[in-house]
Design a protein around this ligand. Structure first.
Ligand code: EPU
Length: 300
């Protein structure tokens, strides 16, 4: 089967790796390998490879910056695509608004927007990872999220065709739920956002400074583990339940912010899974609130 699959890719312009460990591609630094890990060199090669993978009914996943991701210790079957380098990282400020490739780093694009005083980019202050991942998650923070900034997207359908999405339900988003519904996005076009004056940079700096103070920004972790339930802060509930510092194996609830799980070095994905279970159980018992994970979980 494996060698058969190798022939699926070998005429395409791709960097293909078998059994690639995924832990180094995530900020959590846990988890096993991808059966196939593919970095396309062109968007056309990607569309062909994606179509072929779908024709073979292989499980397909997209890895962005790996900043909000937990991969199981056993890893994942099928294909993990990652856009990387070259045109996939482009950032252009055009007359119609900013245009980015899916692998463009969110902090880089957002900061360039903020420097131009473009109102809305301050909402991405402190958001790590790639723009493609941010769109998939509808990432954001205190001053907003990426969804409302979008003008149009180019996505690739399962049959390898490109589709431009503009003013359609595809641009629908909710709190931490983006518009892609599993589709790969290959170009992201932003609105020509209005000049927000000095307030834009002031808010950006305020959030960056706030996050430095209140989040374990330099630890091995994956951002907030849970979504905020309506009307609550997950971090505050976890804190009030006395769970800060709670540990399973090498994973500990951050003493700085209750919604961050930190890998102290030797943690495993299974430690994370068990700690998540214990947190959910205790928060349900104490406050009758169900916490839903924000972390993307692969292979569980
Ligand atoms: N709080 C506590 N104890 C804690 C953590 C928080 O009492 O351990 C309190 C804070 O003092 C504050 C309230 O809870 O009064 C809310 O906390 P915070 O301001 O830190 O915001 P958050 O709701 O926990 C959200 C996003 C973050 C984003 C920050 C700042 C979610 C799940 N989290 O956190 O996003 O950085 O606002 O904009 O929406 C992420 O999604 O990965 C993420 C880090």
């Amino acid at each position: 089967m494996k060698t058969g699959l190798k022939f699926l890719w070998n005429d395409l312009d791709l960097d293909v790796r078998a059994q690639e460990p995924l832990a180094p591609h995530t900020t959590f630094k846990v988890g096993g390998p991808a059966e196939w890990f593919i970095r396309p060199r062109t968007v056309e090669a990607f569309a062909d490879a994606y179509r072929r993978a779908n024709e073979q009914d292989l499980p397909v996943r997209f890895l962005g910056g790996g900043t909000n991701l937990l991969v199981s210790d056993a890893g994942v079957r099928g294909v993990v695509f990652q856009f990387h380098g070259g045109m996939f990282e482009k950032i252009d400020f055009t007359r119609n608004g900013p245009v980015a490739g899916p692998a463009a780093p969110t902090p880089k694009l957002a900061w360039q927007g903020v420097k131009r005083r473009m109102s809305g980019f301050e909402g991405l202050a402190g958001v790590p990872g790639s723009i493609g991942g941010a769109v998939a998650m509808n990432a954001g923070g205190k001053y907003g999220e990426i969804g409302p900034l979008l003008r149009s997207l180019t996505v690739v359908e399962r049959d390898g065709t490109f589709r431009d999405m503009e003013d359609e339900p595809i641009l629908a988003y909710e709190y931490r739920h983006g518009p892609l519904e599993g589709r790969p996005v290959v170009e992201i076009r932003f609105k020509d956002l209005p000049d927000g004056g000095e307030e834009v940079e002031r808010r950006w700096k305020e959030v960056i400074e706030y996050r430095r103070r209140t989040q374990p920004v330099s630890s091995k972790c994956a951002g907030c583990a849970f979504k905020n339930p309506p009307g609550h802060s997950a971090g505050k509930l976890i804190d009030e339940a006395g769970l800060k510092g709670k540990r399973v194996g090498g994973i500990v609830v951050s003493p700085v912010h209750g919604n961050f799980l930190v890998n102290e070095g030797a943690g495993t994905a299974d430690d994370v899974r068990r700690l998540i279970g214990e947190i959910r159980e205790e928060v349900r018992r104490r406050f009758d609130v169900d916490l839903e994970t924000e972390l993307q979980m692969w292979g569980f």
